[in-house]
Design a protein around this ligand. Structure first.
Ligand code: NAD
Length: 510
C-alpha cells in the first residue's frame, strides 16, 4: 500500500449538530485503497437512526437557527471564508483524494480550487440576486418572495467526490437551506475534511450535517425521511430511478445528475490534432470515471483510418501507474467491484469491436485496480460497449459517412448528458449541436464550463438543470405576493350580486 496520507483520523465518523459521532449501532465498514484493495480505514456506517438524528439537527437549525434568516451578504461572508478554508487544504485534499479513489495526483491537485470557486461563485450570486416584481399601475403590485426550501438531502458519487460535494453544498447553503450530506461509500475519506472547514468559517451549528454509509441504508433513509424537503442526487441512472420513486410519496423536489455515454463527433474538416488530444483526454482523464467522458468517438470515414491509427498509437503510450506518481496519467480504478464491472465490458468489447489498444492489466502491476487505456474501433451501434456506460478508460470508435448518419449515431443511445463536435464549418457546428439530444455540447473544445451556464442532462442522463441561478432556484421556493393598491373590487355575492361589466373573476388582469 502507498503511504497513508497524513492527518487522517483513526476512523471516519458522521458529523451531526456540530459533533463528530459514531453510528448509534456502532457499525462501521471497510474503506479500501485501490492500488492494493487493502482496508486502510474504518468508516461509520449510518442507518435510519443516524439519519433521523441528522435530520432533527438540520430541521432545528432551519426552523430556529440563524442561517436561513441571515442577510445574503452575511451568508456570503461565511461562504467566502469556507472557500478560503477549502483552499488551505489543497495539498491534503489532493493526497487523500488520490489515495482513496486512485485518481492520479496531478489530476487531484486542482480539485480544492474548483471546490472553493463553487462557494465564491454562489456567494456572489446571492448578493447580486434580483427577483421579479410586476406592477399594474394604480391597481396591484406583485413580487417574488424567495425563501430557502428547507432541509436538503445531498447524495453524491465517488468520482471526484469532494468537488461533487461542493457543487451541491455551495448552492444549498447559499440559498439558506440546512443540509445533510451522504457521501459515496467507496470514497468517504475526503468528506471528513468538511466539518473543520465549516467550523473554522463560522457556519452555525446544525446547518451542515453528514451521515456516512451505504446507499441502501443511509441514502435510502435520507430519501424517505418525511422531514427532508428536497433531494439532490448525482449517480447512476438506475439509482436515480429508484430515488425518483421513493421521493414520490412525499412529493419531494428532486434534481438528478445521472449517467452518460457522450459522443465526440469528428468531421474531416476539423483540426485533427486538437480533436485527437481532446478525445484522448476526454475518456482517459480522471481514470475514465467521468460522467461527461467522450466515451463514443464518431469519425468521418475519410479520416477514419488515420484517426484510429493515431488514437491507438497514443493510447498505447498513456502512462498507467501509481496514482501518487506525478507522471501517472491513469491511476487505479476506484474499487474492486467497479473494476470487475469495467473488465467485463472489456471482454464484451473484444467480441463486439476491434481492439486497437490496451484491453487488460498493464505489465508489472499485478495487484490493484489497474487497466490499460483501452480503445475499440469499428464498434457497431447495437454493441453494448456503444450503448452502455462503462465509466472507465474504455472508448468505442465508429465511422460515419454523412452528417445525417453522424447525428443518428450520436442520438441513438438512452443517455443525453454531453456531446463534443469537431468541425471548422461554423454553420454545421451550430446546426449539428442544436440537433444533438444532450444537455451540453462543446464545439471544438473539451469539458470546460462557465459556472453560470446550465449543467445537466436530458433523456436518461438527468432531471432538472443546475448551474448559476438555476441551482439557487432549485434550493428555493419562489412565493408570489400580490397586493392591491387601490380599492378592492369584489363581486358582492349575497348582496348586490354581479355588477354591470363584472366578469366575476376577481381581481385585475394584465
Ligand atoms: P451510484 O448511483 O451507485 O451511487 C451514488 C450515490 O447514491 C452514493 O452515495 C450511493 O451510496 C447512493 N445510493 C445508492 N443507492 C441508493 C438508494 N437506494 N437510495 C439513496 N441513495 C443511494 O453511483 P456511483 O457509482 O457512486 O457514481 C457513478 C455514476 O454517477 C455514473 O453513472 C456517473 O455517470 C454518474 N455521475 C453523473 C454526474 C452528472 O453530473 N451527471 C456526475 C458524476 C457522476
Amino acid at each position: 500500500m502507498a503511504n497513508r496520507p497524513e492527518g487522517l483520523p483513526d476512523h471516519i465518523q458522521h458529523y451531526i449538530n456540530g459533533d463528530n459521532v459514531d453510528s448509534i449501532s456502532g457499525e462501521t465498514f471497510d474503506v479500501l485503497e485501490p492500488t492494493t484493495n487493502e482496508t486502510y480505514i474504518q468508516c461509520a456506517s449510518g442507518d435510519k437512526e443516524d439519519v433521523d438524528r441528522a435530520v432533527k439537527a438540520a430541521r432545528k437549525a432551519f426552523d430556529e437557527g440563524p442561517w436561513p434568516r441571515m442577510l445574503p451578504r452575511a451568508r456570503a461572508r461565511i461562504l467566502y471564508k469556507i472557500a478560503d478554508e477549502v483552499e488551505k487544504v489543497n495539498a491534503e485534499l489532493a493526497a487523500i483524494e488520490s489515495f482513496d479513489s486512485g485518481l492520479p495526483i496531478r489530476q487531484a491537485q486542482g480539485q480544492a480550487n474548483r471546490a472553493a470557486e463553487n462557494f465564491r461563485f454562489f456567494a456572489d450570486l446571492i448578493v447580486a440576486q434580483v427577483d421579479d416584481a410586476f406592477r399594474m399601475p394604480g391597481r396591484q403590485v406583485n413580487y417574488v418572495n424567495r425563501k430557502p426550501k428547507g432541509v436538503a438531502g445531498l447524495i453524491t458519487p465517488w468520482n471526484t467526490p469532494f468537488m461533487q460535494e461542493s457543487w451541491k453544498l455551495a448552492p444549498a447553503l447559499a440559498s439558506g437551506c440546512t443540509v445533510i450530506l451522504k457521501p459515496a461509500e467507496f470514497t468517504p475519506t475526503s468528506a471528513s475534511l468538511w466539518p473543520a472547514i465549516f467550523e473554522k468559517a463560522g457556519l452555525p451549528k446544525g446547518a451542515f450535517n453528514m451521515v456516512q454509509g451505504f446507499g441502501e441504508t443511509a441514502g435510502d433513509a435520507l430519501v424517505k425521511h418525511p422531514d427532508v424537503n428536497l433531494i439532490s442526487f448525482t449517480g447512476e441512472t438506475t439509482t436515480g430511478q429508484l430515488i425518483y420513486a421513493n421521493c414520490a410519496p412525499h412529493m419531494k423536489s428532486m434534481s438528478m445528475e445521472l449517467g452518460g455515454k457522450s459522443p465526440a463527433v469528428i468531421f474531416a474538416d476539423a483540426d485533427f490534432e486538437a480533436a485527437l488530444d481532446s478525445t484522448l483526454f476526454g475518456v482517459y482523464s480522471l481514470n475514465g470515471e467521468r460522467c461527461t467522458a467522450s466515451s463514443r468517438i464518431l469519425v468521418e470515414r475519410s479520416i477514419y483510418d488515420k484517426f484510429v491509427e493515431a488514437y491507438a498509437e497514443r493510447s498505447k503510450k498513456v502512462k498507467v501507474g501509481d496514482p501518487s506518481d506525478p507522471d501517472t496519467e491513469i491511476g487505479a480504478l476506484v474499487h474492486p467491484e467497479h473494476y470487475e464491472r469495467v473488465m467485463e465490458y472489456v471482454e464484451i468489447g473484444k467480441q463486439e469491436g476491434r481492439l486497437i489498444a490496451g484491453g487488460g492489466r498493464p505489465e508489472g502491476l499485478d495487484k490493484g485496480n489497474y487497466l490499460q487505456a483501452t480503445a475499440f474501433a469499428d464498434v457497431p451501434r447495437d454493441a453494448r460497449i456503444f450503448q452502455e456506460e462503462i465509466f472507465g478508460p474504455v472508448v468505442a470508435i465508429t465511422p460515419f459517412d454523412s452528417e445525417e448518419e453522424a447525428l443518428e449515431l450520436a442520438n441513438d443511445v438512452k443517455y443525453g448528458l454531453a456531446a463534443y463536435v469537431w468541425t471548422n464549418d461554423v454553420q454545421r457546428a451550430h446546426n449539428f449541436a442544436h440537433n444533438i439530444e444532450s444537455g451540453m455540447v462543446w464545439i471544438n473544445s473539451h469539458n470546460v464550463r462557465d459556472l453560470r451556464t446550465p449543467f445537466g442532462g436530458v433523456k436518461a442522463s438527468g432531471l432538472g438543470q443546475e448551474g448559476g441561478y438555476r441551482s439557487l432556484d432549485f434550493y428555493s421556493d419562489q412565493q408570489s405576493i400580490h397586493i392591491t393598491l387601490g380599492d378592492v373590487h369584489t363581486t358582492r355575492f349575497g348582496a348586490t350580486g354581479y355588477a354591470e361589466n363584472d366578469l366575476g373573476l376577481g381581481g385585475p388582469s394584465a
